[in-house]
Design a protein around this ligand. Structure first.
Ligand code: HEM
Length: 225
């Protein structure tokens, strides 16, 4: 079977979705740990941002690899959804999903919301195109980008903070089921360890929820200035 045929099979698409899912989860955790340095003060966050920027061409390779991973994740999800709809004899609207939870039933919608949020987020902080608090473009004395000021000021606008908080809740809903599901796909979950493995997704999602909500809320409430 060719690689193309394997990927279009349900198992191949699910495996690709799981592997790209792991990479994206690792990015979200790494990105959160980096951003939490906002609580250590301007120097720590700006130094971190400066280190990333100074990677130069390597940063572009990382960005391209991340974008490719995200596109592969969305594409494999589309293949899996199309196949499960085609395999379902009953009308989609009358299906009964009582055995699965809310997060599992809303994976498609939460995935679409997260994808839209990523576009919004890049236009907000990376390009400064959508910036209701006019926070983009502050420079440090050495000419570097003042990321600390941009983040703290950026979240002074309640609309922006509400968008980030809602997107974070939806992201964590997606991760809560996604992490459990990928461990099932990769065969990590067995009858013997199911009780323990089933907690990993919700626990990681809760940690990411608290970490990512804390930043906009701390800025909006004046805890970080
Ligand atoms: C409160 C939560 C978050 C904060 C404070 C935050 C902060 C930032 C900042 C400051 C940048 C721009 C860095 C720079 O230009 O130097 C950035 C870029 C980015 N963020 Fe976030 N982020 C958050 C959540 C997320 C989430 C949940 C995702 C993904 C699901 C995400 C994905 C990205 C991506 C893809 C970029 C572009 C990276 C690049 O172009 O180099 N962020 N973020």
């Amino acid at each position: 079977m060719s690689l193309g045929t394997t990927m279009k099979s349900s198992i191949g698409a699910k495996a690709l979705m799981a592997i790209t899912g792991i990479i994206l989860v690792l990015f979200v955790i790494g990105h959160m740990i980096g951003n939490l340095q906002v609580f250590l003060g301007p120097d720590a966050l700006n130094q971190y941002a400066h280190t990333l920027q100074s990677l130069g061409p390597i940063l572009w390779v990382i960005r391209l690899a991340l974008l490719t991973t995200l596109i592969a994740h969305i594409w494999s999800a589309a293949v899996v959804v199309r196949m499960s709809v085609a395999a379902r004899p009953v009308d989609y609207r009358h299906r009964k999903d009582l055995a699965t939870g809310f997060a599992a039933r809303t994976m498609l919608v939460s995935g679409i919301v997260v994808a839209l949020f990523i576009v919004y987020h890049v236009l907000h902080f990376t390009t400064g195109t959508i910036d209701m608090a006019q926070s983009y473009g502050h420079l440090l004395p050495d000419g570097g980008h003042d990321v600390y000021k941009m983040v703290v000021e950026g979240f002074q606008h309640p609309f922006t903070t509400i968008v980030y908080c809602l997107a974070t809740v939806v992201l964590c809903l997606h991760l809560s089921h996604g992490i459990s599901s990928l461990m099932q796909t990769l065969g990590v979950r067995k009858d013997s360890n199911a009780a323990c493995i089933d907690k990993v997704g919700p626990v990681l999602a809760a940690i990411i929820l608290i970490g990512n909500l804390s930043i906009p809320l701390a800025a909006l409430t004046g805890l970080i200035k």
